[in-house]
Design a protein around this ligand. Structure first.
Ligand code: ADP
Ligand code: ASP
Ligand code: MG
Length: 815
């Protein structure tokens, strides 16, 4: 025999029921079937709600009963032709009448307890049983409806009754022998020897099916639900969860005990005992392979099979000097809890025996607190045990897998991934079977933690990266374009999804946790954006608490640079094309780098020098590999180089400066370039990256611009005044050209000293031949002492700078 169980969503409406009928019809001729079904989706919840309402004297419970009735009658309308409807409808109405009586009783007494809840909740399965059995028969499956209350015998632990397997088996076999037909039994419901209706616990239809399968030694138990099988994690929390092909009973048991609702936990025991294979299949996708669960699982598969979690738990900690070395404390603790029927989900004890921490369901807190305070009253009075500590708003996550025991370092891997994403771990426990490593995190972190772990342990369909970008001008705009252009490629080739979650310019900011679409970004920023408030931007970004978050600063703003510390401390990496922070005081520079290191986050600013050229990375790699930087000579201003290269006899200096500005080669205020300040910052950063703790004031700037010009109050007045100096610059140009030289703005660092200034370079200099906006960096080190290591290429412009920022983002993602 085969047992097929269909869950609430599989039978939620007429269309779904048709799918169930198709599945049963396909299997009906191959084997004798026992079909088990839940109440129609959500009906049990609604019954519970109606009971609560009635017990509070709220007459609106009647509306719920009406809704339940019309749900069933509507499905009959849809499934049966008119002339076949009346019998089924009459059956439904009779059951609904009984339901109305029970609710009226609750309403009059204004009282409800587990003893009454069980008969009340049983109506969902009673109604669905009648409807489904009739429908199956109508569509050609000869099936006999058995009343589960006549088959499944339990004790009177209402709400989660204990099954008498022997009696249940006997009753089922008797019924089966009475007929040749297939058998239909409602899930979830049962009755006691005294004939009192009981239930097996919410979600218990799986258990009914497993009990029946074990009773008849079924060849297989198929659990048909609304997902493609047991997934690597709860798909409601982890979008990229994948269905598992095979699991062992023990693995499924661990997963379901730790919150994977896909199978009701006690269901595994009866089938495991009889070695009956279990398939989890999708009613809405019957061709998907599904998950097979048996004794063996996959001995050589992934070490971590799945992640499961319980979203809401409370931690209780009992501690105190008086617990050390004293026997029986743990026993007393657990027995006082078990007497109060408090389910303990998780236990850890420090090896010092100074404290015991356990996790329970939050509704049990008061019961547990009272029991423990009573039990340890005298010790607390004597102050040898501290007052019980209760923590709430926590979740438990478990890594599950049979093969984890033979592998080292799994917890390390998990904690490393979580740490890098700023997820704090409150407690850890590992089952002695090592089939389960569980840890407690803050509830607000659970989605992030699950996704981080999923990306760490599974060949996830993709890794998601969340970008928060401030500055959407030249560089920011180009970066957004590149992120958009590369989106499909990165997704396809590298399983990376880089999503832009927030955008801001100096006026407005826009957040969309599902990502801001490239095409509509400008319009949305304008119409939906709120006023830009940098501190609020950080708070919002933090509150979203998304994994793999990166803050990208493409502004030239000191205020935004001032946010990095806070951002890094929120476990969010920073990528900046903004040079202000890395060229501020050495203390600031060092502090940010130290914070990044201690938070295991990245603080990257490769584009601060040479735009997209890999200058800082090269220096860092040289140092890491044991080299020492001795000297640097560089032309670091793409802007100035652009200006001097375009400054020919045909144009004036002021025109070239204006053109450089228009084409995005200078800072918004070109004086930052012309004053040498920008180059000063760059050589300072190079010196620091080379290991020299230098301050900005220590860099000597040899100015070439007349001072009066530099003091103009605005960019406009400066540009106007600049044209009056065209003759002065023309003279400079002629002088250089006459001597066969070129004007180059050169930065030099040597032996701890840095100088920047305008030079006239002759053809023997490596930076004589430097086109357009190119940069060149010559690095002399212990290894490159005679011939320097040379990095040369475009060192300014929105596109190359954006690509450098992009490269920083990718390097964070791949860390
Ligand atoms: P049914 O009504 O068929 O009994 P349930 O709602 O009880 O279905 O269980 C199926 C649901 O379990 C899925 O829709 C999914 O949201 C949830 N679930 C949680 N964890 C997992 C997991 N690891 N694998 C599959 N489903 C899971
Ligand atoms: N209908 C019951 C519930 O919702 C049992 C089940 O669906 O398995 O809990
Ligand atoms: Mg279920």
């Amino acid at each position: 025999m085969k047992v097929l169980k269909f869950g609430g969503s599989s039978v939620a409406n007429a269309d779904n029921i048709k799918k169930v009928i198709e599945i049963v019809s396909m299997e009906k001729d191959n084997d004798r079937l026992i079909v088990v079904a839940s109440a129609l989706g959500k009906v049990t919840d609604r019954l519970e709600e109606s009971g609560k309402m009635a017990s509070h004297g709220n007459e609106r419970y009647k509306q719920i009963l009406k809704d339940i009735e019309s749900l069933h009658l509507g499905i009959i309308d849809a499934l049966f032709p008119l002339k076949y409807q009346s019998e089924t409808k009459a059956g439904i109405k009779m059951i609904v009448n009984e339901l109305e009586d029970i609710c009226l009783g609750i309403f009059l007494l204004q009282e409800i307890n587990p003893k009454i809840y069980d008969p009340l909740l049983s109506f969902g399965e009673r109604l669905s049983g009648l409807l489904l059995a009739h429908a199956l028969n109508f569509y050609g499956v000869k099936i006999r409806l058995l009343d589960a209350r006549e088959i499944i015998r339990t004790d009177e632990t209402f709400g989660h009754a204990q099954v008498n397997f022997e009696e249940t088996g006997k009753r089922l076999r008797q019924q089966i022998n009475n007929t040749e037909e297939h058998i239909f039994v409602s899930g979830f419901i049962a009755s006691s020897a005294n004939g009192k209706p009981t239930t097996l616990g919410r979600g218990g239809s799986d258990y009914t099916a497993a009990i029946l399968a074990a009773s008849v030694d079924a060849s297989v138990l198929e659990i048909w639900t609304d997902v493609d099988g047991v997934m690597t994690a709860d798909p409601a929390f982890v979008e990229s969860a994948l269905p598992l092909k095979k699991l062992s009973y023990s693995e499924l048991m661990e997963m379901s005990h730790f919150g994977a609702r896909v199978v009701f936990p006690p269901s595994i025991q009866p089938v495991m005992k009889k070695d009956i294979p279990v398939w989890i299949k999708n009613t809405f996708h019957p061709d998907a392979p599904g998950t097979l669960i048996d004794r063996n699982g996959t001995p050589h598969g992934n070490l971590v099979k799945g992640l499961s979690h319980i979203e809401n738990i409370a931690l209780l900690t009992l501690s105190g000097g008086g617990m050390v070395g004293v026997t029986g404390i743990a026993a007393r603790l657990f027995s006082c809890l078990s007497q109060q029927e408090v389910n303990v989900i998780f236990i850890t004890q420090a090896s010092s025996e100074h404290s015991i921490t356990l996790a329970i369901n939050p509704p049990d807190i008061e019961k547990a607190r009272k029991a423990i305070e009573r039990e340890f009253e005298s010790e607390v009075k004597l102050t040898i045990i501290d007052a019980l500590q209760v923590e709430q708003d926590l979740s438990i996550i478990a890594l599950v897998g049979d093969n984890m025991k033979s592998s080292l370092g799994l917890s390390g891997k998990a904690f490393d991934a979580l740490g890098k994403n700023g997820v704090n771990i409150r407690a850890i426990a590992q089952g002695s079977t090592e089939r389960n490593v569980s840890f407690v995190v803050l509830k607000k972190d659970v989605t992030k933690a699950l996704n981080v772990l999923h990306e760490r342990f599974f060949l996830a369909r993709y890794k998601k990266v969340h970008v928060f970008m401030v500055g959407v001008g030249n560089v920011g705009g180009a970066l957004l374009q590149q992120l958009n252009d590369q989106y499909d490629y990165l997704k396809k080739e590298y399983a990376l999804k880089i999503k832009v979650i927030a955008l801001a310019n100096s006026r407005r900011m826009l957040f969309d946790e599902h990502a801001i679409d490239f095409k509509s970004r400008k319009k949305r920023l304008l119409s939906e954006g709120e006023p830009m408030d940098p501190e609020l931007f950080v708070r919002k970004m933090k509150a979203l608490n998304l994994r793999n978050s990166i803050f990208v600063d493409n502004t030239a703003s000191a205020e935004i640079a001032g946010l990095y510390e806070k951002v890094l401390k929120s476990s969010i990496s920073v990528v900046a094309s903004n040079k202000i922070a890395s060229s501020a005081s050495y203390l600031t520079y060092k502090r940010l780098n130290d914070i990044a290191l201690s938070m295991k986050k990245k603080y990257l600013y490769e584009t601060n020098v040479g735009a997209g050229l890999p200058v800082l990375k090269t220096i860092s790699d040289m140092i890491k590999s044991g080299d020492k930087i001795l000297r640097i000579k560089a032309v670091l201003s793409g802007s100035l180089n652009f200006i001097f290269n375009h400054f020919t006899e045909d144009v004036t200096f002021s025109d070239v400066v204006a053109q450089a500005g228009e084409e995005g080669y200078t800072e918004p205020d070109p004086r930052i370039d012309l004053s040498g300040k920008d180059v000063m910052r760059k050589i300072l950063i190079l010196a620091r990256e080379s290991g020299y703790p230098m301050e900005p004031e220590e860099v000597i700037i040899n100015p070439f611009m007349p001072e009066s010009l530099m003091n103009k109050p605005s960019v406009e007045t400066f540009m106007k005044a600049l044209s009056h100096y065209d003759d002065y610059f023309e003279k400079l140009r002629k002088e250089a050209a006459g001597a066969g030289k070129k004007l180059r703005y050169v930065a030099e660092f040597d032996n701890g000293k840095a100088v920047v200034g305008l030079q006239m370079a002759d053809a023997s200099q490596p930076y004589f031949q430097l086109d357009g906006k190119d940069n060149i960096v010559l690095i002399y080190s212990q290894r490159y002492d005679e011939q320097p290591l040379v990095i040369k290429g475009a060192g300014a412009g929105a596109a190359v700078t954006a690509s450098g920022v992009f490269a920083d983002i990718i390097s964070i993602v791949n860390q």
